[in-house]
Design a protein around this ligand. Sequence first.
Ligand code: HAM
Length: 414
Amino acid sequence: MMRLEGIAAEIARRYGYRPIETPLFEQTAVFERGIGDATDVVEKELFRLAPRTDESESWSLRPEPTAGIVRAYIQHGMQTWPQPVKLMLIGPMFRYDRPQAGRYREFWQFDIEAIGDPGPAVDAEIIELADRFYREAGIQDPVIFINSIGDEACRPAYVTELVAFYGDHLDRLPPPERDRLARNPLRLLDSKDPAMVELNATAPRITDHLCEACAEHFAAVRSHLDALGVAYRLDPHLVRGLDYYTRTAFEVYPAGVAGQQSALGGGGRYDGLVELLGGRPTPAIGFGLGLDRVLLALEAAGLGAIADPSPAAVVVGADPAATADRLRIATMLRAAGLVARAELSRRKLGKQLEAAARDRAHFAVIVGDELADGQVQLRDLEAGTQKVVDVDHLAREIGRAHEAHHHGVAAPSS
Ligand code: HAM
C-alpha cells in the first residue's frame, strides 16, 4: 500500500496536483446533497455516527472524498485562486456493505480533482494520468471504458425515454431493478444481472441522445485521448453510482475482468456539484482509484512481490560479534540513498550470506580484517564476482553497478 501511495503522490506532483486533507467525517448533508440521497452509497452504505444528545447536526464517515473536497473548495474561498484548482488526496473511505472480495468497509482511494476547468482537454489529461498510475503500479493493460452521460439539457429527455422503455418490459425486470426504476433509472443500465444485460442490449443509448454541446465535448475528449495515445473503449451503458456526474464518465478494469467488484477506479465530470453545495457554478472533473483493488489485481497477476524491493546491498561480517561495524557501513549506504540492510544477527558468515541471497540482494558487503585499512570485500551476488573496495568509494561503486543492472533505480548522489 505504501508503495502505491508513493507512486500516486509522485505522479500527482508531476502533473501539478497539490495535496489536500479533508476530515474523515462531514455533516451528513454534504454527502446526501452531493452524492444524492437515492444512491446506494448514501441510502445503504453511509456510516452514520451516533448523534450526541447535545448535537443537532448529523455526521457521517466519508464514503468518498469528492463531496468533502468541494465543500472545502467553497468554504476556503478556492474560487478566488487561479483556476483550475488541482487537488489530490490519498486516504481511507468508509462504506457500510457486506464485506467480500474487493469490497471492504474501509478502503483506500487515490483521488484527483481539477476544479474550474470545463474541459475537454483536461478530461483526457486526467484519464491519461489514471492510465499512467496503473502502469507505473504494475497493472498490465488496464482497460478504460468511457461514456458521456449528458447534462441537464439532454439527460432528462433521455431518462424519460429510458423509463418508458423499461415500462414496456416491466415483466422482464428482476424485482430489485423494478424498485430502482422509480428512484434511479439510469442505474438499471449497468446492472450485471444476465436478464438485464440482454434487455439493455436493446435499450436506448444516451450517446444517441446527447445535445450538441455534450456530443461535441465527448468527441473532443476522444480526440484528445487519441492524440495522447491512450487506448479506451466506448461503453454506452456506463453510468456511475453517484448522482453528481455530468458528461464524461469513465471506469477502469483489469484486462479480461468485468463486474462492479473489480473496478480499479472510476471518475468523471461533475459540472453541477460546486453550485449544488452552495458555490458559484464551476465545472470540474476527477477520479477515485481503489488502491486495495489495485493490490488485489497485482496479486492475482502474481505480481504481489514487487511490493517489497530487494536491497542493493546487505552488509555481512566475518566476525559475527562486530555488529557496530556492519551497522555503521549500512548507515553510510542508506545516507547515500541506497536500499541497504545490515546483518545484525550473530550467526556465522555463511548463514549471513545465505540470508543476503534469499533477500535477492544485489551485493554483499563483507566486513573483515581489511577494515583496518579502510577496505571491505564487495561481492556481486548476481554476477558471482568479488573485489576489494575502499569504504570511501563503496556507495558510489554499488550505486553505479546497481543502476546499470536495474534500470529506473536512482543512483545515489555521491
Ligand atoms: P467510486 O466509483 O464510487 O467513485 O469509487 C472509486 C473506486 O473506489 C472504485 O472504482 C473502487 O476501485 C474503489 N472502491 C469503491 N468502493 C469500494 C469498497 N467498498 N472496497 C474497495 N474499494 C472500493 C468515487 O468514489 C468518486 N469520488 C470518484 C470521483 C472523484 N469522481 C470524480 N472525482
